[in-house]
Design a protein around this ligand. Structure first.
Ligand code: C2O
Ligand code: CU
Length: 509
């Protein structure tokens, strides 16, 4: 059931949820969108047609795309957007990934409805590192706003304050029993008693980290970010916060079902300790791992991740604390989205699009407890700054979470790579004490790391994939506020050593 060529037509379709109908942006009219099904090692093409009213780009989340940044997709990072009426053929190169990933729009907030799963099966004649599952069940979480997501986004940006909270959390596009007008459409897992199923779980929610559980069942985590993990059995899982109630398990056959099944146990959505414990207990299967954990590090980077404020400018409506405008930053730099894409600017030597020199250490010592820094130091600089790596550099990157405005976990996501998460901790990172406790034997191989509130997380990778790669918080409001940077990995000695050439139908700027 796999294909090597997909047509993705981005277009509006009418959907009814929570008792009201609206037009949403979809792929092929579907919400959630179609599932890409491939074998490990496949190369496929997706022809993306923009038949909507707005510019769009699509990104293949967690697909490393070796030497192929051209098809990665983040708007103004690797390409200019696909304009209405145009087509872009994207090449997807699957290398070491195996398991479940997803694809989503990567411009403004369109990914709220433009997303779907990617299922990557073992190569033909290979097996799973666990007994063959009896069935595969896709589970995609999302968020639903009753109003148009474009309006939600625009009001959010114009207000300077936090965004409107979504009206429902959905499972496979459905809000579930507890929401109005939703009961008859609730997603139902249909299973046979005594069988084992592989749930392929994707959190496509915009601004939420979610716990998930099924009442009276244990869940065994066997993989994450398209890499197998040491099996870990829990009564809930965390998927990079609110509690979800509202899908049912339906046993087929003669099993008698209680009329009202008990609600499942879930940690409270504010339970950051439960989130931390979940991530800290994850392990890889070292014998399955395609990359060695780098031991000799040539680049040490410490970066703060913070939510901050800008002073309110005249004529802006500033909905942040004390009349400020909310922002977010890494190393006190709030990433400014450029108006021309960085990859082509880099490839064609176009000046003035980005600046080199994202710092290895933040300019001020931030403190996780919340800083009493003077306001001027709390105010990030707005600039398009990138970090350039020599090819093959071994990098250690420590994210220090700070509580300037609020304390939150940040799911930091890197394009183009999988990295080992070698350590997590609470408090401020201590560069002489904390590395002693790193797990260099079986750390999980991920593309997103949870940086715990009041704490830090350390990752390692080897810069072997030349290109221009986005690094950002996957909470959409933090991305919009600038909790981002870009890594440029050289293809050889000179800064402009050529990458493979761009495809001919690269969207024009
Ligand atoms: Cu799913 Cu740039 O991310
Ligand atoms: Cu964040």
């Amino acid at each position: 059931q796999t294909k090597s060529n997909y047509n993705f037509v981005v277009k509006e379709a009418s959907y009814t949820r929570l008792c009201s109908t609206k037009s949403i942006l979809t792929v092929n009219g579907k919400f959630p969108g179609p599932t890409l099904k491939v074998y490990k090692g496949d190369t496929i093409y997706v022809d993306v047609y923009n038949k909507g009213k707005h510019n769009i780009t699509l990104h293949w989340h967690g697909v490393k795309q070796p030497k192929n940044p051209w098809s990665d997709g983040p708007e103004y990072i690797t390409q200019c957007p696909i304009q209405p009426g145009r087509r872009f053929r994207q090449k997807l190169i699957f290398s070491t990934e195996e398991g479940t990933l997803w694809w989503h729009a990567h411009s403004d907030w369109s990914r709220a409805t433009v997303h779907g799963a990617i299922h990557i099966y073992p190569r033909k004649n290979y097996t799973y590192p666990f007994p063959e599952p009896y069935g595969h069940i896709p589970i995609i979480f999302g968020e639903w706003w009753k109003s148009d997501v474009n309006d939600v986004y625009r009001e959010f940006v114009e207000s300077g304050g936090p965004p409107n909270i979504s009206d429902a959390i959905t499972i496979n596009g459905q809000p579930g029993d507890l929401y109005p007008c939703s009961k008859s459409e609730t997603f139902t897992l249909s299973v046979e008693q005594g069988r084992t199923y592989l749930l392929r779980v994707v959190n496509a929610a915009m601004n939420l980290i979610l716990f998930f559980s099924i009442s009276k069942h244990n869940l065994t985590v066997v993989g994450a970010d398209a890499m197998y993990t040491r099996p870990m059995t829990k009564d809930y899982i965390l998927h990079i916060t609110r509690t979800i109630n509202g899908s049912r398990v339906q046993y087929r056959g003669s099993y008698t079902q209680p009329l009202t099944p008990p609600l499942p146990y879930l940690p409270n959505f504010t339970d950051t300790q439960a989130a931390f414990d979940f991530f800290r207990s994850m392990r890889s299967l070292p014998e399955k791992c395609p990359f060695k954990v780098p031991k000799d590090i040539s680049q040490h980077i410490l970066t703060t991740v913070s939510v901050n404020t800008f002073p309110c400018l005249n004529g802006q409506s500033c909905g942040g604390p004390n009349g400020s405008s909310l922002a977010a930053s890494m190393s006190n730099i709030s990433f400014q989205k450029p108006t021309y894409n960085i990859l082509e600017a880099y490839y064609y030597h176009i000046k003035g699009v980005f600046k080199k020199g994202f710092p290895n250490f933040p300019p001020h010592i931030f403190d996780f407890t919340g800083d009493n820094l003077p306001l001027t130091l709390n105010t990030p600089r707005r600039v398009t700054k990138v970090k350039v790596f020599e090819h093959n550099t071994t990098v250690e990157l420590v994210f220090q979470n700070t509580n300037l405005i609020t304390g939150l976990d940040h799911p930091m996501h890197l394009h183009g790579f999988s990295f080992h998460v070698v350590g997590y901790g609470f408090g401020n990172f201590n560069k002489s004490k904390d590395p002693v406790n790193y797990n260099l034997y079986d750390p999980p191989l991920m593309n997103t790391v949870m940086v715990p509130v009041n704490g830090w997380a350390a990752i390692r990778f080897r810069a072997t994939n030349p290109g221009v790669w986005f690094l950002h918080c996957h909470l959409e409001r933090h991305l919009t506020w600038g909790m981002n940077t870009v890594f440029i990995v050289k293809n050889g000695k000179s800064l402009y050593a050529k990458l493979p050439p761009p495809p001919q139908d690269m969207p024009p700027c």
